[in-house]
Design a protein around this ligand. Structure first.
Ligand SMILES: NC(=O)C1=CN([C@@H]2O[C@H](COP(=O)(O)OP(=O)(O)OC[C@H]3O[C@@H](n4cnc5c(N)ncnc54)[C@H](O)[C@@H]3O)[C@@H](O)[C@H]2O)C=CC1
Ligand SMILES: O=C(O)[C@@H]1CCC=N1
Length: 265
């Protein structure tokens, strides 16, 4: 029996990461991949070298069982017009777009079932996190099949919570990178060379991430580092003086939720 292909439309920042994760894990056989991209992309070329079809005649889409939308929220509807006449009626639409609601996407794809997935770019290393929501059980199963090999998955019952999941998780890596950059800058201000400060900050992020691989709670993990009356405690008190850190993080998440909600309007 021939396997029905998976289509990936858009090989930008996230589309490339998804593709890299699938190629690295074998989660999707490249021979079963159809990639739609207006310009040449290294990840797409790597997939082509292993058998993927890039921009084949649109008639090839008729075989597809899943269609992954990897374009920006402002572009998806225009992008849908071109492919819609060619898709099988039972193709599952997999959207990784921030904000855009499942019902809106389904309408744009003539009522086809939709699963929404909010991944992190860590899917490239098969170390992503992906939040999934679908109204349709079969569509959810397709989302799980495509993302479980490359991400820790969290399923939501309530689509409205995708905004919060996006703000915390989809955006989250950038918050950690921004914090790491600030840490490096602070190290430089205290006399470290730029190279040493950057190396220390980045390696410390990796080291801290290793700490959360286990099941120990975050308070306990902080306690392990912060000796009573010691150096870390002095740093932590300054970091969250009058709740400044908690407030900054809350403001970031609230602003991201507001933006995601705006995209859903
Ligand atoms: N970057 C990230 O970490 C995350 C992004 N997302 C979502 O992923 C989607 C893509 O975001 P990015 O990758 O950051 O944007 P991007 O701008 O890097 O990638 C979008 C890609 O879509 C391509 N494209 C535009 N029109 C197309 C068409 N008609 N057919 C095929 N390809 C087309 C563009 O050439 C571009 O390469 C967005 O909807 C975003 O909300 C979701 C989670 C995380
Ligand atoms: O910044 C964005 O809009 C996308 C969605 C979550 C992460 N990147």
């Amino acid at each position: 029996m021939t396997r029905r292909p998976i289509v990936l439309q858009g090989v930008g920042r996230l589309g490339s990461a998804i593709l890299e994760g699938w190629l690295a894990t074998g989660a999707v056989d490249p021979a079963d991949l159809i990639i739609l991209t207006p310009s040449e992309k290294p990840a797409a070329e790597a997939a082509r070298a292993r058998g993927a079809r890039i921009n084949p005649p649109l008639e090839a889409l008729a075989e597809a069982r899943a269609f992954v939308i990897g374009v920006k929220p402002a572009k998806w509807l225009e992008a849908a017009q071109a492919v819609l006449p060619h898709l099988a009626p039972d193709a599952v639409i997999v959207s990784v777009m921030a904000g855009v609601r499942g019902e809106t996407i389904s309408q744009g794809y003539a009522g086809r079932p939709v699963v929404r997935v909010m991944p992190t770019t860590g899917v490239a290393q098969a170390r992503g996190v992906a939040t999934l929501w679908a109204a349709d059980a079969a569509a959810l199963a397709v989302g799980q099949e495509l993302f479980e090999p490359i991400a820790e998955t969290v399923l939501l019952d309530d689509e409205a919570l995708m905004h919060a999941a996006t703000a915390v998780s989809g955006c989250g890596p950038a918050y950690y990178f921004a914090f790491t950059r600030a840490l490096a800058q602070a190290g430089e201000a205290e006399g470290l060379s730029p190279e040493a400060a950057a190396r220390l900050a980045r390696a410390t992020l990796r080291s801290a991430a290793a700490g959360v691989e286990g099941t120990e709670g975050l308070d306990a993990l902080i306690d392990r580092v912060a000796s009573p009356g010691g150096v870390t405690q002095a740093g932590l008190v300054a970091l969250n003086e009058n709740g400044a850190l908690d407030r900054a993080v809350q403001d970031a998440v609230t602003a991201a939720v507001a933006k995601s909600t705006e995209l859903s309007a």
